[in-house]
Design a protein around this ligand. Structure first.
Ligand code: EPZ
Length: 438
């Protein structure tokens, strides 16, 4: 199995694949600046797209996180030669020949499902188990399968195993009933070398879709319209290898901004994807955060001098709405902010997993079917809490920053799926935080 260079290898073995406990001493304001890692949710589809290209692609600013490690393992199973040195990944997909992927890694993360589009595009066949991923609610793939069938794939399912095969794929008109990031990515990957024209209506408009389209266009694909939600692809014969710089992770940037809202103080986020955070910055300002944005240097300065105050209502939505991936970090700030907030989750059915843990810390939260009513209280008590999924785990660390006393967060391997090193980054910002293996 290919791992990154020594430093990253030790780091991954020590922090990511084994259990550890994050210890947070609360009530210390943050101070300082931190650089934002490459985007997990743009890196994963770009790595899947490398399968389409018979040559060596190089990805710079690739985040060192377990989801990337699992994706690279899957590419290796398909026949790619992968090298990973620090934040640079090279994928040589000259000899991709295996269409069956191992359930062990497929089940580690939801995004393995987009390898269906990539393998159908390259080998016209794929065998994959139903994908895994965080327990944030129903994770159906009906739109993925409908899109691939529209392009000519014959799909059969036996228990949890999905087999799809096709001759050369044929362009089609695909109208998604609702926006799906992964299903849009799957159709993009399958259609860039299909015969003729493919039109995707109601395509997802997240920045990670635009990143995938930029990568594919750089490799020779003919794609227009990703900013509009109506994407048109004209199939090409072949794609060629590229070097690609990964954009910064808007969710990691937002996580650290909410950390400052919870702890107070003054921070600077460097290499911040300002244009991808408009709605989030609007919420921060209305909660009392003082922002200074430097577009030219891509820096966000946030000063939190007073106790934050709650907006009356916020709902998550597809981009450019408030991102569902920052709903839990917002929740951890809302529980210590002044006033009441009704927070509605419109994307996933089970994304309030941290409510129970926050209540144990003293939060006043009433849960309804897909929303919660928070009555901001002035204090949280440090407790031993359990991370049950990626963004909820990061949100519990944020709650620890705001709580009095010590908060211990276990099952930190979920956090390592998307954050290179949340302890390193928050410590850089002055947090009293450490991590110990169990
Ligand atoms: C991507 O997941 C992200 N993951 C998620 O980030 C993010 O929360 C989500 O998009 C929404 O922005 C990656 O990019 C790897 P969807 P994805 O398909 O593609 C329903 C994180 O924390 N749906 O846009 O799985 C689905 O159940 C992760 O980094 C169907 O019904 O999300 C959900 O309710 C968590 N049928 C909604 O659509 C389908 O076939 C949006 O899901 C597909 C989706």
């Amino acid at each position: 199995m290919t791992l990154p260079d020594d430093h990253a290898k030790d780091y991954i073995e020590k922090y990511m694949t084994q259990d550890a406990i994050i210890k947070v001493q609360g009530k210390y304001p943050l101070q300082g600046s931190v650089r934002i890692q490459g985007s997990k949710n743009a890196t994963l589809p770009v790595l899947a797209a490398c399968l389409l290209i018979p040559g060596k692609c190089v990805i710079h600013n690739c985040p060192i996180i377990t989801d990337v490690m699992y994706m690279l393992r899957l590419l290796e199973y398909a026949g790619c030669i992968v090298t990973w040195k620090g934040n640079q990944v090279t994928v040589d997909a000259c000899n991709v020949k295996e269409f069956r992927l191992p359930g062990e890694y497929v089940k580690k993360m939801r995004s393995s499902v987009i390898l269906m589009g990539a393998l159908l595009g390259r080998l016209h066949e794929v065998g994959i188990d139903y994908p895994g991923g965080c327990v944030i609610g129903e994770r159906p793939i009906d739109q993925h399968l409908r899109g691939l069938e529209a392009l000519g794939a014959k799909i059969s399912m036996e228990g949890n195993y999905i087999h799809a095969s096709s001759g050369k794929l044929q362009g089609a008109k695909i109208a998604f009933p609702s926006s799906s990031v992964g299903a849009t990515q799957n159709v993009l990957l399958a259609s860039v070398m299909a015969r003729g024209e493919t039109r995707i209506q109601n395509a997802a408009k997240e920045p990670e879709i635009a990143a995938l389209c930029s990568f594919l266009r750089l490799a020779g694909a003919d794609i227009v319209g990703e900013e509009t939600g109506q994407i048109t692809i004209h199939g090409v014969e072949e794609l060629h290898p590229v070097e690609f710089d990964m954009m910064p992770d808007r969710i990691v940037a937002g996580t650290y901004l909410f950390a400052a809202m919870a702890a107070g103080g003054e921070i600077c986020i460097k290499e911040a994807p300002i244009m991808h955070l408009t709605q989030v910055l609007h919420v921060l300002e209305n909660m009392g955060g003082e922002l200074k944005l430097r577009q030219e240097s891509q820096e966000i300065e946030l000063r939190v001098k007073e106790r934050t105050k709650n907006l009356s209502y916020i709902e998550t939505n597809v981009y450019p709405g408030f991102p569902t991936d920052l709903q839990s970090p917002l929740l951890s700030v809302a529980v210590v902010s002044e006033g009441k907030l009704l927070l509605k989750e419109r994307i996933f059915s089970g994304r309030f997993k941290i409510v129970e843990e926050l209540r144990r810390m003293g939060a006043d939260i009433t849960e309804y079917s897909n929303s919660v009513l928070i009555r901001g209280s002035s204090c949280l008590e440090g407790r031993n809490v359990i991370a049950r999924e990626l963004r909820g785990g990061a949100a519990l660390v944020i709650a620890g920053l705001a709580a009095s006393g010590i908060t211990m967060v276990t099952d930190t391997r979920y956090i390592s799926r998307g954050y290179e090193d949340i302890v390193r980054d928050l410590r850089t910002l002055g947090a009293h935080i450490s991590i110990n293996k169990i």
